[in-house]
Write a protein that binds this ligand. Structure first.
Ligand SMILES: NC(=O)C1=CN([C@@H]2O[C@H](COP(=O)(O)OP(=O)(O)OC[C@H]3O[C@@H](n4cnc5c(N)ncnc54)[C@H](OP(=O)(O)O)[C@@H]3O)[C@@H](O)[C@H]2O)C=CC1
Ligand SMILES: O=C(O)C(=O)Cc1ccc(O)cc1
Length: 427
């Protein structure tokens, strides 16, 4: 055990984070990315004697006792097909992709039968401290001894271990990741379609709005393939994202029709189903932290919003019979912020009344809500069709629109996440 070496195939953001942390704990790392990056990676890691950069995945596979594939979900089958047959006899292999059905299928299909399969998934981005964040471990085809070895190696991340099957993982992360991202992707899509920068508009500054903007900017400043992969390849995500788009559409139609009774009944019913049992728990987020992280100047008086995106999320959970608190075991920082702002709205009866009133009576939001509805449906459609190119094109167009403010938004977003998560980690 003491001499076990760890292989990492795919030295992108997550692969490098794993390599650095695992090597610091004293394990020997054999790592590679695509052959064209061999020299560059060798240069980058030359000072770290516990990290050996190799030219390709065959050499990593042959020489490592535990191998982690940290490549794009879309490429997992092709990459395991290529290097899997070179795996060292009796080694342990797993992946770090965000969606387990295609990963497990690839590992089962291409690895020799003597190889043990243990997969993992860190539920946070490469820039977040893994301490206390959920780390899913999947003992798919492995002896207890092999599983214990993986657990010991990864214990250096100091994450909170969560034991699930691949199916359970995908069902829960479809909600905590794919639907959460769909909501923020749609906000960005709507603002870009209306040629708005929300931090320049009083309605979108302060409180809940700060979280919406900062998380939206965080997602669009990242790589499209992470979001495309975990939505398009997760078998549970299509249905859940479709329900979100349907909830948005149906609530928007009730608003347009001015149907206050039905709108109110539906919102309250959804709120009861989703938040029943959590009434006496502390709120995940507090006012003072909500107001602190703004990309724009706070207006003298708070401007009302109907928060269609949040109302639709609660309606979606209710329609799917999901209690989001049960999903905290696979919560990412973004999901905790998302759940935090929805419960903030639903657990403040005066605010909820104001929001319902605004939704029915205030016409100044109609064009924003129309674009938001289009965006939610369009993202859902692209995911349902399994359209990676279409996903990429839309993502990158919107990304370009917001790019000039990314450096500032990333700094503010990091600070916001750190401050707010101090309170929500482990809850
Ligand atoms: N980013 C995040 O927040 C998180 C991501 N994940 C998951 O982790 C995985 C990696 O994500 P991330 O690090 O962000 O993505 P990156 O794009 O930064 O890293 C993936 C790397 O794998 C490389 N790669 C592709 N094919 C091969 C190959 N045949 N041999 C060796 N390397 C190869 C890619 O090269 P090239 O670019 O040339 O294709 C790239 O450098 C994904 O599946 C993602 O879903 C999990 C948790 C968090
Ligand atoms: O927190 C989020 O949802 C992120 O956007 C970062 C992220 C992306 C992919 C993962 O598999 C896990 C975390």
């Amino acid at each position: 055990m003491a001499n076990m070496s760890v292989g990492i195939i795919g030295m992108g953001d997550m692969g490098k984070m794993y390599a650095r942390r695992i090597s610091e704990a004293g394990w020997l790392i054999n790592a590679c990315d695509t052959p064209d990056k061999f020299e560059e990676l060798k240069e980058e890691f030359k000072a770290n004697e516990n990290i050996r950069i190799l030219p390709n995945g065959h050499l990593v596979s042959r020489s490592s006792d535990y191998i982690i594939y940290s490549v794009e979900a879309e490429n997992i089958d092709r990459v395991v097909a290529e290097y899997g047959p070179s795996t060292k006899l009796n080694a342990i292999v797993g992946g770090q992709t965000s969606c387990k059905a295609p990963e497990i299928a690839a590992l089962e299909k291409h690895l020799p039968p003597d190889v043990h399969i243990v997969s993992c998934h860190s539920l946070h981005g490469p820039g977040v401290n893994p301490k206390g964040q959920p780390l899913v471990l999947i003992k798919h085809r492995a002896s207890q001894e092999s599983f214990d070895r993986v657990e010991r190696i990864l214990s250096c991340l100091q994450s909170k271990h969560v034991y699930l099957t691949a199916n359970e993982h995908d069902r829960i992360t479809a909600d905590t990741q794919a639907v959460t991202h769909a909501a923020f992707l749609s906000m960005g899509g709507a603002w870009a379609a209306n040629r708005q920068f929300p931090w320049e508009i009083a309605r979108y500054i302060g409180g809940i709005e700060n979280i919406k903007i900062n998380v939206m900017m965080r997602i669009y400043s990242n790589k499209w393939h992470v979001y495309a992969g975990l939505a398009i390849m997760n078998p549970s995500a299509k249905e859940q994202i479709r329900q979100y788009a349907t909830s948005v559409t149906e609530l928007f139609k009730l608003m347009l029709a001015g149907n206050r009774d039905e709108f109110t009944r539906r919102i309250k019913y959804a709120g009861e189903r989703v938040f029943k049992g959590s009434e006496n728990q502390d709120l995940l987020l507090r006012d003072d932290v909500l107001d602190r992280f703004s990309l724009g100047e706070l207006p003298p008086e708070r401007v009302k919003n109907n928060h269609l995106s949040l109302l639709a999320m609660v309606d979606c959970w209710s329609q799917l019979g999901i209690v989001p608190y049960h999903h905290m075991i696979c919560s990412t920082p973004l999901f905790r912020l998302w759940l935090g702002i929805t419960e903030y709205l639903f657990k403040k009866p005066d605010l909820l009344e104001e929001v319902i009133d605004t939704a029915i009576n205030d016409n100044t939001f109609r064009s924003d809500d129309l674009e938001f509805t289009f965006a939610a449906r369009d993202w859902s459609e692209r995911v349902s069709l399994g359209n990676f190119d279409g996903y990429r094109k839309k993502f990158e167009e919107i990304q370009q629109y917001f790019a000039p403010r990314f450096p500032e938004a990333t700094a503010l977003g990091n600070e916001m996440i750190e401050t707010i998560l101090e309170k929500t980690v482990g809850s």
